[in-house]
Design a protein around this ligand. Sequence first.
Ligand code: C5P
Length: 406
Amino acid sequence: MNIVVAVTGGIAAYKSVQLVRLLIKAGHDVTVVPTDDALRFVGLPTWEAISRNPVTTSVHDDVARVRHVALGQNADLVVVAPATANTIAKMAAGIADNLVGTTLLATEAPVLIAPAMHAEMWRHAATRANIETLRSRGVRIAGPATGELAGGDSGPGRMLEPEEIAEAALALLVPRDLAGMRIAISAGGTREPLDPVRFLGNRSSGRQGVALAAAAADRGAEVTLVAANIGADVLAAAQHPSIRVEYAGSAADLERAMTDAAAAAEVIVMAAAVADFRPAVRAERKLTKEAGGIPAIELVENPDIVAGLVRARREGQVIVGFAAETPEVEGDEAELLERARRKQRRKGVDLLVVNEVGWQRGFEQGENAAVVIGAEGAVVASASGSKRAVADAVLDAVREIWTPST
Ligand code: C5P
């Protein structure tokens, strides 16, 4: 595919040399469009050598082939890295006074920007407003990270590492094979309150569910993500124009939110870890030692949300459950599958994603391994690696049985 990497004038330009290398290594044709200021940080011969394509900054070169718009028209993706506050402001206003500007105005391809600037500039109300404008137009924003900035300062504004930008960029090149799909995904773990400060919870970080939401949105789906107690750093990966986030605390909240979301969704994925039980009594005031004795916590059962969604299923709706299992013998796949098949039958889901969890497995990790069981109990997919890779395998299996409504 054709990728344009627009490089604007920040010290982080040197990191974009590595970004270009990574995109070429992934098999893409890369054209670098630097601003004149960018060339003060990294020279034109470097960009030509590394991209193996001619590089120009002028809108007046190659006029016969209308290069100033052709670059944007022919691009499958435009990445602006680093994106300075100045270029971000120009993008928001649609200013095209250089080749980067004309390329961006002429393109209908996805655009990803990797901001890089001083923390004060990033926090400035003008930059905030410009970023929101770009986001609302569908521009994807990668970063910035918080860390060391030019001149020894530190704060938010540091450009992401080339590997991270390349991963975000390549995700935008995936086929939009889920276009038209409305999908409701629950993620995270519920908290069942004991008193105003304590709860019964679980170790789910929400990473797998957020990865599913991001993958589905990248593939063209409209996503409602019901997030149960997910940390802001994990949830940041769900910032996408096609993802609407609803928040849920307890199982009861999650049931309400998922029932609402399911009414408008053709696909439902219950990736959240829902508490099977909740305290029978929610104390109005904090339980204290002064009250004397050790309090006994009586539990009552929570409704099985996914089973309820299956009972209310509309014609054509695809419902996916998750099963996190701890087999008696760690790594015993046969036992894992046997339990999973029983669970799939009990819940009546179309697909069940099964993974083994344990003290060092599954939860809070970047990596995962899972098998997907179909309605007949057969293994229809398996994947291991990043949670994104597992998410894509699950969505492939959904795609197989999903019938687009029109
Ligand atoms: O039975 P188990 O808790 O292992 O089932 C896991 C699957 O069921 C997950 O998809 C989870 O989101 C869902 N679940 C639910 N309501 C509950 C418990 C689990 O929907 N009360």
